[in-house]
Design a protein around this ligand. Structure first.
Ligand code: FNR
Length: 182
């Protein structure tokens, strides 16, 4: 059983990325594993002056990541990059200097957008950041999802056309986590 933290880079109530994330945890490959969603909406804007006295919400995020065997990021694409709320969360948990919660944690990256390139550019920016943070990140398969009716069913599961593909992705991610001790 692996403990997986899920970080979704959208705060909106009807977020497609959040819906895909919830459905991902219901795939066969995820059964028996423990998924916890990070709360990044209550984080303050990152301010380096607060590094010595981090807010409780920052401490909670860092504790969740520290206690996890791996991290799944779902990023929307905002103006061809990741949303500021996601970068804000990443920056918070990377500090104070030398006490990053991310270091060494295996990562998986997915994203869904209304655009045809399915967050490809946002994911590429995110991968750049994760490499710097020393997070071994699943390379293949890549997951670029364009939101369409039926991607997530009324019951909150992944729809038929993507279920096998995403189950394979989750299997590959959990195998990566296992190779890193999770
Ligand atoms: C977007 N959207 C968007 N889509 C895309 O494919 N490429 C992009 O560069 C952008 N840029 C962008 C900027 C901003 C500020 C917003 C609000 C939106 C559309 C985006 O894919 C859409 O809003 C998704 O629904 C966002 O994901 P969630 O919130 O549904 O998870």
């Amino acid at each position: 059983m692996s403990k997986i933290a899920i970080v979704v880079g959208s705060l909106r109530a009807e977020s497609f990325n959040h819906r895909v994330a919830e459905a991902l945890t219901r795939l066969p490959a995820g059964q028996g594993h423990d998924f916890t969603f990070a709360d990044i909406g209550s984080l303050p804007l990152y301010d380096q002056d607060d590094d010595a006295d981090q807010a409780d919400s920052v401490k909670a995020l860092k504790a969740l990541i520290a206690d996890s065997d791996g991290v799944i990021f779902l990023t929307p694409e905002y103006n061809r990059s990741m949303p500021g709320v996601l970068k804000n969360a990443i920056d918070h948990a990377s500090r104070p200097y030398g006490q990053s919660a991310w270091s060494g944690k295996p990562a998986g990256v997915l994203g869904v957008s209304v655009g045809a390139i399915g967050t490809a550019l946002a994911q590429q920016h995110l991968r750049n950041v994760l490499a710097y943070l020393h997070m071994p990140t699943l390379g293949q398969p890549e997951v670029f999802l364009q939101w369409k009716d039926g991607l997530v069913t009324e019951e909150g599961t992944i729809g038929e056309s993507s279920a096998a593909f995403l189950d394979g992705w989750l299997q590959a991610f959990l195998a990566l986590v296992e190779t890193h001790g999770g």
